[in-house]
Design a protein around this ligand. Structure first.
Ligand code: FES
Length: 290
């Protein structure tokens, strides 16, 4: 796998170009594009949407292989209609899989993570094209060659899926960055910052033990969230404020200040939050709130 990772570095230019095109498309789409991006990232689900659709796609392609094998072994040529329907529906699901994948992909970190994601994505897109050719060949009556091409594409899709899994397990791609580091737990209110050091309406970093927090004061209200963005680890203390939220400086995920809920992706997981108050000239926090 490491050799494959090294090889994928040759795809860096293709990866940067693909991510650039996706970013430009979403920027051109404006606010509707932002909502579409939230939908395709899976921000509304609390879970990335892409792996949900890859399961549908791979399940469909596996069923096609199974039907072809049954037809071959038992000379059941009458299974062809069912196989075409399954293949056609799976091709439709593939469109969603590719769109969700490209939407997640545009926010990958450049370097080995993006290179491997490029290999994963383009491998599967190539396999999908082969499946498309196989589908139309079968519709035209060339069943045997369609079956052969389909089997070839299935092997390629399986390799692409394996690379995708490696991307998640090795690089934590689209995994909640706070899953294994929920942050120090403060049972009692603990001072983290002097009020004098917290300008109004300015995201400010504070430390609770070894855990970095972002603290925001809005008049009499004080909010505290974990500083590490759940999407890919960006520092929220470097972000900007909106009417109700804070926007991550890396890929513009927006979290509600009051409870850390995701208002906009690519993040899909709520940001850990703390109770915050002013006492004796200090900002004190307690939590995180479960
Ligand atoms: S790190 Fe990607 S949005 Fe925060």
């Amino acid at each position: 796998m490491e050799r494959l990772e090294r090889w994928s570095r040759g795809l860096a230019a293709l990866g940067d170009a693909t991510a650039g095109v996706m970013t430009a498309i979403y920027r051109a789409l404006g606010r509707p594009g932002r909502l579409l991006q939230d939908l395709l990232n899976g921000s509304f689900l609390g879970h990335a949407l892409h792996p949900v659709l890859t399961d549908v796609t791979i399940g469909g392609f596996t069923m096609v292989v199974a039907l072809d094998l049954v037809a071959l072994i038992f000379h059941a040529g009458d299974l062809e209609t069912a196989t075409r329907i399954v293949l056609g529906l799976t091709m439709l699901a593939t469109l969603g899989t590719i769109l969700t994948g490209l939407t997640d992909y545009k926010d990958t970190a450049s370097g080995d993570e993006r290179n491997l994601a490029t290999l994963h994505g383009w491998t599967n897109i190539a396999a999908t094209v082969v499946y498309g050719v196989a589908f139309f060949l079968r519709l035209g009556g060339s069943v045997a060659i369609g079956q052969l091409l389909g089997l070839l594409a299935y092997l390629v899709v399986s390799a692409g899926a394996y690379i995708g899994g490696h991307l998640v397990f090795k690089y934590g791609y689209m995994v909640n960055r706070n899953a294994f580091a929920g942050g120090k737990r403060a049972k009692d209110f603990t001072a983290v910052l002097a009020v004098a050091d917290l300008p109004d309406q300015t995201p400010t970093k504070a430390m609770l033990g070894t855990t970095a927090l972002v603290v925001v004061r809005r008049g009499d209200l004080v909010f505290a969230l974990k500083d590490t963005c759940s999407h890919a680890g960006g520092p929220l203390s470097g972000g900007t404020l909106t009417e109700r939220g804070i926007v991550c400086p890396w890929h513009a995920s927006e979290f509600r200040l009051s409870d850390g809920a995701v208002r906009h992706g690519p993040a899909t997981t709520r940001q850990p939050t703390y109770r915050a108050r002013v006492a004796d000239g200090q900002i004190e926090v307690q939590g995180p709130i479960r």
